[in-house]
Design a protein around this ligand. Structure first.
Ligand code: NI
Length: 215
């Protein structure tokens, strides 16, 4: 969840079935104005339909993820494909990710992506699940983010070393790591990861589940 400009942007809600959130995050009390969905994998959409229906938050994602949400009763939606769009809160690029995207029912999820927010108090880039990709060099040509939210767990996405290269390509020194520790395949050593960033003159923030940070 990112709060900025008096609005709440919820990204890829995965609380149900997530061992790490048990007893810490209650999906039934989350409020949001917008729900941004990077792709259709179950560890990104598990609580999407419930939260969207209860809060009326606008779901912004690929055409195919949005169609799946609509099929499941979500009404407030905005479908995209790669490229820029303008919203009440400002401009967003839906950016390519090197990953895959299928919905929990096996249907096609469209292209996996990420989101670059141009007009928020702090510009930020949420890459979504992705391997390192040269497309990231385009990000600073659109807008140089103050902070980037990047996967660091490896195996399914970039690892810490790849995220360091990505940070250079994006031209961003402050990175919030995501997509780690949830499954056995993506466990990381937090201190080693932060040290690798420090040694490169960058900062890696690894928020604990339920923790809030001010940027
Ligand atoms: Ni995924």
């Amino acid at each position: 969840m990112v709060e900025t400009g008096g609005k709440k942007f919820l990204f890829d809600p995965f609380i149900s079935g997530n061992e790490l959130t048990k007893g810490i995050v209650d999906a039934s009390t989350i409020t949001a104005d917008y729900i941004m969905v990077s792709h259709g994998h179950v560890d990104h959409v598990a609580d999407l339909v419930d939260i969207a229906k209860r809060t009326g938050a606008k779901v912004i994602s690929s055409w195919e993820v949005v169609a799946w949400a609509q099929k499941n009763g979500v009404e407030n939606v905005h479908p995209m494909n790669f490229g820029p769009a303008r919203f009440e809160f400002g401009k967003v690029h839906y950016t390519p990710a090197q990953h895959s995207s299928s919905m929990p029912d096996g249907s096609y999820g469209g292209n996996p992506g990420g989101f670059l927010f141009h007009d928020t108090e702090k510009k930020f880039y949420y890459s979504g699940d992705t391997a390192l990709t040269k497309d990231m060099e385009l990000i600073p040509l659109y807008a140089v983010p103050d902070v980037a939210i990047l996967p660091v767990g490896g195996n399914f996405t970039m690892d810490v070393d790849d995220a360091l290269i990505a940070a250079d390509m994006i031209r961003c020194k402050k990175v919030i790591g995501v997509h780690f520790d949830t499954f056995g395949y993506i466990m990381i050593d937090h201190e080693k990861a932060k040290e690798a960033f420090r040694n490169a003159g960058k900062e890696l923030i690894l928020p604990a589940i339920g923790e809030s940070i001010e940027l």
